[in-house]
Design a protein around this ligand. Sequence first.
Ligand code: F42
Length: 145
Amino acid sequence: MAQYIPSPRDWVREQVDLYEKSGGTQGTTLRDTGLPVIIVTHTGNKSGAVRKTPLMRVKDGANYVLIASQGGAPQDPVWVHNLRANPAVDIRDLSVVQPMRAREVTDDNERARLWALAVAAYPPYADYQTKTTRKIPVFVAEPRA
Ligand code: F42
């Protein structure tokens, strides 16, 4: 089995640890917002290592919408490259872990619909898009048999 390499960011690594070690009963929200977070487990496209990325929970039926906002930073987060190369992910939502497949959304109408869901779930996403000239990548994760 591939090695797990934790995030170099302390607060991110600590959130993943707490979320997983508690079986999805602690560390499940973003800091003091109280808004729910999921953990996306994916594969490093260069290292082949297991990577774990907390993201806001945005649901569309059985699917999850993944927003590569990184706080409106100028660069895409590197997990975007991992999902493009290896779309098979596991998504932990509280105590439930599901195998899913992440697909980057390229259709403008589909993206607009999913972006609206994302902003409804986590309003700061709208501010993040105004802070950067890049078009924030949007993925939809669908259940994988
Ligand atoms: N980030 C978001 O973009 N959107 C969100 O909704 C979001 C919510 C959120 C909630 C809670 C929380 O704790 C964090 C949250 N974050 C959110 C931050 C998110 O978890 C990530 O930390 C952030 O998006 C940055 O992702 P990143 O993949 O750029 O992470 C960096 C810091 C990182 O881990 N870098 C690694 C490193 O060692 O420098 C590289 C990891 C990696 O995947 N490497 C690849 C490999 O092969 O292993 C190579 C990648 C390449 O192609 O260069």
